[in-house]
Design a binder for this molecule. Structure first.
Ligand code: 5RP
Length: 230
């Protein structure tokens, strides 16, 4: 399927890569926009001799980074990340809170974001919303054992819960060996409380609500690149 936003994703990916400075430890996001960033970063590494070390947020991003000649590290060697560039599924105007995880990498993405001095979101303008939950469900990563019970508890929070399936017709399994429950809420009025409530359900590993984590958003669209700061 063709992606009409691809030129925007490439543009914002290139701007993001230009912000990486020599010697930085960089969180490498997942998804199609983050892929554009990683590809641009790879070009800077191989063509301009930029020295940086990446921490990937998924197995797919790790493979991509290695194929592009980007050196990788892990949390044993580096516990603090200078800056992470990642995509998002929804970005709330004003708060810059996010829904992430439609690509299924939300757990590693949140761990990497939490270890970062700065989280910069790269996206195209279709991702901006007035209130989270407008277009997308809240992805919730849960342990496979007892998922039916976990889903039941999540439905008590007002969600219509759907198990995530992959494009191959098989149950979607995350890099951490868990499954994803997509939680459709009629409205997400208080995202901060919802993140806490979802997190307190036994069996939940992590939710795709990213509250107060974004420092900056780079949005690409017909107007060029817009920069929003928290
Ligand atoms: C993956 C994510 C991605 O960042 C999110 O899905 C955005 O992806 P894309 O840039 O392809 O729209 O959270 O878990």
């Amino acid at each position: 399927m063709s992606d009409i936003a691809l030129p925007y994703k490439k543009e914002v990916g290139e701007i993001a890569a230009s912000l990486v400075q020599d010697g930085m430890i960089v969180g490498l996001g997942s998804g199609s926009t983050a892929t554009c960033f990683v590809e641009s970063l790879g070009r800077r590494v191989t063509q301009q001799g930029l020295r940086c070390i990446g921490i990937p947020t998924s197995v797919a991003t790790a493979k991509l980074a290695i194929s592009l000649g980007i050196e990788l590290t892990d949390f044993i060697h580096h516990s603090v990340i200078d800056v992470t560039f990642d995509g998002a599924d929804e970005i709330e105007e004003g708060s810059l809170n996010l829904i992430k995880g439609l690509g299924g990498a939300l757990l590693r993405e949140k761990i990497v974001a939490a270890a970062s001095k700065k989280l910069v979101i790269v996206a195209d303008e279709t991702k901006m919303v007035k209130q989270l939950g407008e277009h997308t469900p809240v992805p919730v990563e849960v342990t496979p054992f007892g998922w039916e019970s976990t889903a039941h508890q999540l439905s008590h929070l007002g969600a219509q819960v759907a198990q995530r399936w992959g494009n191959d017709g098989k149950l979607f399994i995350t890099d951490g060996g868990n499954i994803i429950l997509d939680c459709h809420f009629k409205e997400v009025k208080d995202a901060r409380k919802l993140e806490r409530d979802i997190g307190s359900v036994v069996g939940v590993v992590e939710s795709g609500l990213f509250i107060d984590r974004t420092a900056e958003v780079l949005i690409a669209g017909s107007h060029g690149i817009k920069r929003l700061e928290h």
